[in-house]
Design a protein around this ligand. Structure first.
Ligand code: G
Ligand code: G
Ligand code: G
Ligand code: MN
Ligand code: NA
Length: 253
């Protein structure tokens, strides 16, 4: 298709690239990691990931795109990791998990870049995990055994039961931004209750939590008090080009 051709060309013409959103420690305000987010300027026109990622999945291009993004991000993040211990989070589509050479492609991105396995976090959405066959989950288990950490993205929207969550190879819950946004709508609204419940659940399962979509200082402060130690969102920074991450680290040093 035209889109698949466009994406295939984009892999080589520089129109597909990554921005990085800081993940910040809510207690200190220091950047603790970054999330890599894909961008595509098609004929000079920005196409939102919410549009081109599903197209890449439908056309089978997601494997090539994901592989490219992972290697690029690992190479980029090596310097940040060596200088400041930053972690790198990369989004993974369930289509990638279903490919039998997924483990091999992740391990070779680490080997080629030199990024240590514990510096890498793979994010997979809760809804994708629920629908995923055990053979695909097993790939996450293998990667985790190598020291790579697994985060469940958009957590709280996918109806996974406590019993099920307990069986998954997972280290981090990323609290969906819909719950965070509701903090401001009305301070005692269900968003706070859900966030508190997720943080407590994570604590008892010994998982870390990262809040997404934090847009105000009040939300950040509430999260800190609830015991959510990491957060990302426009309050801290939008996704930015890699040069900007280097500048932020420079300024801190
Ligand atoms: O659970 P653990 O103590 O290993 O996690 C704490 C560290 O993990 C933090 O210092 C942070 O850098 C990193 N980390 C945890 N979750 C994420 C995440 O979702 N994204 C990124 N980039 N780093 C994370
Ligand atoms: O980047 P934006 O800020 O618009 O992200 C929109 C969505 O696109 C997010 O849900 C994010 O997880 C997804 N996304 C961004 N980059 C990637 C990527 O490299 N791979 C996959 N599978 N999804 C991505
Ligand atoms: O993988 P995920 O869907 O979580 O990707 C993060 C998405 O959220 C990206 O589209 C990113 O641009 C967006 N985003 C990041 N911070 C904020 C924020 O504070 N508010 C809102 N509304 N969106 C955000
Ligand atoms: Mn994500
Ligand atoms: Na998310």
């Amino acid at each position: 298709t035209e889109i698949a051709d466009g994406l295939r060309r984009a892999l080589h013409d520089g129109s597909l690239y990554l921005h990085y959103q800081p993940v910040v420690d809510t207690a200190t305000g220091e950047m603790a990691g970054v999330e890599a987010l894909m961008r595509w300027d098609r004929d000079g026109q920005a196409v939102p990931p919410a549009t081109f990622i599903p197209m890449a999945e439908a056309t089978g291009m997601i494997d090539a795109l994901g592989r490219h993004a992972l290697l690029t991000a690992c190479r980029q993040a090596l310097d940040w990791h060596l200088r400041s211990g930053l972690h790198l989070a990369v989004n993974v589509s369930v289509h990638q998990l279903r490919s039998p050479d997924f483990v091999e492609s992740v391990l070779s991105a680490l080997a080629e870049s030199g990024l240590p396995a514990p510096a890498l976090v793979l994010e997979i959405t809760e809804s994708a995990l629920i629908d995923t066959a055990e053979s695909a989950i097993a790939q996450l288990r293998t990667l985790r055994a190598h020291g790579i950490r697994i985060a469940i993205d958009d957590f709280g929207t996918g109806y996974s039961s406590l019993a099920y969550l307990h069986t998954l190879p997972v280290d981090i819950l990323k609290i969906d931004r819909s719950f965070i946004m509701r903090h401001t709508d009305s301070p005692r609204a269900e968003g706070t209750a859900v966030t508190r419940a997720i943080v407590d659940l994570a604590g008892s399962l010994r998982l870390a939590t990262v809040a997404e979509g934090v847009e105000t200082g009040a939300q950040a402060e509430l999260l800190r008090r609830l015991g959510c130690s990491l957060a990302q969102g426009y309050h801290f920074s939008r996704p930015v080009p890699p040069e900007r991450i280097a500048e932020l680290l420079e300024r801190r040093a």
